[in-house]
Ligand binder design. Structure first.
Ligand code: UD1
Ligand code: UDP
Length: 377
């Protein structure tokens, strides 16, 4: 089979690593990078560290308003899809790259598979929520990180095509942990921190960065903590903190976004993690590190139910109370599969009847619109 894998933002690169490895054992993968993330620390570092193949195409869209960014990805991806005529487009998550990929696949009648399907925050003001809903509505195959994802899709009427495969982020963590420990433990020395004697913080959600009141509250909380705080700053957040004129006490160690291996070491050794990231909430769980989520809702409610994650919002009193009273729950059920999600995904892609013909001519017959548009193009 010929698959077109679409990636564009930091977590998509990390997730692409195990899937790409599993896919390429038997199939042809065309890797397309939309260019949504482009700084070395937001993009190339993951390809270098994780050995992700060089993308066959980089659409180079860069940053922009959501409509323009999504539209540019669509226009450029459509050209690639018409040229490559893949059997399937593989999407993940909930970024503008995901949304654009789902729309292009649908318009060209190319089947689409969605990794991380079925997750919902039930807050449609969150840009990612709209992206997920559209991607799931259009996808032909839904690959879920959690059992809850399958149930949520069923509640929306999507049943036959939804499968629990587990989290490819867990695959990535398990296969890279020993290497990360060997190659990136220096990060603790560089930041002058000791295992279990610091907190790790990440913030990048639009709801926290684009709202100066919320961001100011997060700054206030971090300044009041009585332990070292390591805060690798997403470029979006760096800009928002600068606009706010935020200043930090000396125990808050701000740094550039760190590499995946460095992040693995920082997460595994933290006493606690406070974040608004979806991936980091799950990774905190993988490493059995308690997590405080700086949001009012989360998609990853099973980590909350298991007692490892607390939704604390950004009100300083509430966050500080949770920070000081954090405990290690007695149980740690395997919520996100067994670290073989990538293999399960490839097996489903092979089994599924969305499999099309092996030649370009056969694929074109299945997609008259590709035939038509390809001839105009
Ligand atoms: C995007 C995703 C979000 C995901 C996150 C992962 C959407 C709607 N959001 O959010 O779901 O959790 O990626 O990190 O797709 N910037 C740089 N350099 C870069 C990339 C971004 O400076 O390499 C700055 C730009 O000022 C840009 C801003 O960050 O405008 C936001 O980037 P964008 O990709 O639009 O959204 P993220 O906040 O990164
Ligand atoms: N990450 C990283 N370096 C950082 C911050 C995060 O390598 O400085 C990794 C993190 O370990 C996780 C992924 O990036 O694997 C999460 O991405 P992000 O928080 O940007 O997006 P989200 O998961 O919220 O979509």
């Amino acid at each position: 089979m010929k698959m077109l894998s679409l990636v564009g933002a930091r977590p998509e690169f990390i997730q692409a690593a195990p899937v790409s490895r599993a896919l390429r054992r038997q199939h042809r993968e065309i890797l397309v990078h939309t260019g949504q993330h482009y700084d070395y620390q937001m993009s190339q570092t993951f390809f270098d560290e994780l050995g992700i193949p060089t993308p066959d195409y980089n659409l180079g869209v860069g940053s922009g308003m959501p409509g323009k960014q999504t539209g540019e990805i669509m226009a450029r991806l459509e050209e690639v899809a018409l040229k490559e005529v893949p059997d399937l487009i593989l999407l993940r998550g909930d970024t503008n790259s995901t949304l654009a990929g789902a729309l292009v696949a649908s318009k060209l009648h190319i089947p689409a598979a969605h990794i991380e399907a079925g997750e919902r925050s039930f807050d449609r003001r969150m840009p990612e929520e709209v992206n997920r809903i559209v991607a799931d509505a259009l996808a032909d195959l839904h690959l879920c990180v959690s059992e809850k994802g399958v149930r949520q899709l069923a509640a929306e009427g999507i049943t036959q095509t939804a499968h629990f495969v587990g989290d490819v982020m867990l695959d990535a963590m398990l296969s890279n942990r020993p290497l990360a420990q060997r190659r990136a433990s220096h990060i603790l020395t560089r930041l002058q921190i000791h295992p279990r004697q610091y907190a790790l913080v990440t913030v990048h959600r639009a709801a926290n960065t684009d709202n100066p009141h919320r961001l100011a509250k997060i700054v206030e909380v971090l300044n009041q903590i009585h332990e070292p705080v390591v805060f690798p700053v997403h470029p979006r957040t760096r800009q928002a903190l600068a606009n706010l004129g935020a200043t930090f006490a000396s125990h808050v160690r701000l740094c550039e976004p760190v590499s995946y291996f460095e992040m693995m070491v920082l997460e595994e050794n933290a006493r606690l993690i406070a974040t608004d990231s979806g991936g980091v909430q799950r990774e905190a769980y993988f490493f059995s590190v308690p997590c405080l989520t700086l949001r009012e809702e989360t998609e990853w409610t099973e980590t909350v139910a298991a007692g490892w994650n607390r939704l604390v919002g950004v009100e300083p009193a509430r966050v500080l109370e949770a920070w000081q009273t954090v405990t290690i729950p007695p149980h740690h059920p395997p919520l996100f599969g067994d670290g073989t999600a990538a293999q399960k995904i490839v097996a489903l892609l092979e089994q599924d009847e969305i499999r099309y013909g092996a030649t370009d001519a056969q694929r074109r017959m299945h997609s008259p619109i590709i035939e038509l548009l390809g001839s105009i193009h």
